[in-house]
Write a protein that binds this ligand. Structure first.
Ligand code: GTP
Ligand code: MG
Length: 327
């Protein structure tokens, strides 16, 4: 083992023994990416531990964090040790700090849970690798379930549905939100729907709109996974109403997936997605190396002089990129 390997192995052993700082450092290493991240990931992956992974998504301010805090309480009551990864798409200066405050409040309320905020800044596509890596770290050190909070589609480059076992979409009262969810493609994505802020006027109408849209999409076969129409649960996260029903719906979906073979299919698809992201990253590096080669300048000159077509030059570069890792 190299010195770096040993350091990672020691951190992992500490984290598994319950050292929260060690868990935090492993997550930082995975988020940063690169060779050390791959090494940590290999260690964690070899441990082979899987957790139930739940995604919570919805528009900004829909109540995702409040609801997640309630779910943590509910899960802890059953003797499980949950973790949260809150993907924070906001600017590093303002929103991040606000989210940080809310997370600190939740962490104080639930000392046995692990709560982590993850920024979306960094290299494009970085999150697509860092998120599954972080979930693996948390599962391997003993957290189960892992809840991933993200702002709804279009705001981040994460398709949360592709990274979790059960996707929960939150909407709030007002016809607009149900329509927005439909437009954003959220209706075909979710396994469980929540109408949060059910204490507000219009909640029943929103529920009816949602159910109507879901019935239509089930009839037309647009709903992709289960044959079961996803449930719609009414909650008021601030008062705690509907939280038991919500957790039952999430767990019910997970149990159906597990018992019906759907879980295997989803997890296989998830590995395929992750491998594609990894291959894309390797290819991007190889292309950069090939393009920075001195021969590239000669090829460019040849294209400009008319002695080589752009397609032929690109083909030559492509083949060179394919050899980058051999040399
Ligand atoms: N009336 C009412 N207010 C709620 C409810 N749930 C959350 N809120 C309030 O809505 C606001 C936003 O709640 P958050 O939990 O931070 O929402 P979020 O979706 O995590 O927000 P972002 O992470 O900023 O996108 C807060 O002021 C909450 O107190 C609810 O059920 N009823
Ligand atoms: Mg939030």
């Amino acid at each position: 083992m190299s010195a770096v390997d040993e350091a990672s192995a020691e951190l992992f052993a500490l984290a598994r023994a319950g050292d929260r700082r060690a868990t935090g450092r492993l997550l930082s290493l995975v988020e940063r990416g690169g060779a050390t991240a791959d090494e940590v990931d290999a260690l964690v992956h070899a441990a082979g531990t899987a957790a139930q992974v739940v995604g919570i998504t919805g528009a900004p301010g829909a109540g995702k964090s409040t609801l997640t805090g309630r779910l943590l309480g509910r899960v802890i009551e059953t003797g499980r040790r949950p973790a949260v990864v809150a993907v924070d798409p906001s600017s590093p200066l303002t929103g991040g700090a606000i989210l940080g405050d809310r997370l600190r409040m939740e962490a104080a309320m639930h000392p046995s849970a692990f709560i982590r905020s993850m920024a979306t800044r960094g290299p494009p596509g970085g999150l697509a690798l860092a998120l599954p890596g972080s979930v693996r770290v948390l599962a391997a050190v003993g957290y189960d379930p892992v809840i991933v909070e993200t702002v709804g589609v279009g705001q981040t480059d994460v398709d949360v549905a592709g990274a979790v076992d059960t996707t929960v979409v939150i909407v709030t009262p007002g016809w607009g939100d149900a329509i927005q969810a439909n437009k954003a493609g959220l209706l075909e994505l979710a396994d469980v729907y929540v109408v949060n802020k059910a204490d507000r006027p219009g909640a029943d109408d929103t529920r009816r709109d949602l159910e109507l849209m879901l019935d239509l999409s089930t009839v037309s076969g647009a709903h992709h996974h289960d044959d079961v129409r996803p449930p719609v649960v009414m909650t008021s996260a601030t008062s705690g109403t509907g939280i038991d029903e919500l957790w039952d719906a999430i767990d019910g979906h997970f149990a159906r997936l597990r018992d019906g073979g759907g879980l295997e299919a989803r997890r296989t698809a998830r590995v395929r997605d992750e491998l594609r992201h990894r291959v894309e990253r390797l290819a991007a590096v190889a292309i950069d190396v090939a393009m920075s080669d001195a021969d590239t300048a000669a090829l460019i000159d040849a294209v400009r002089a008319g002695s080589c077509s752009p397609a032929a030059a690109a083909q030559a570069l492509y083949e060179r990129a394919g050899r980058v890792h051999d040399t």
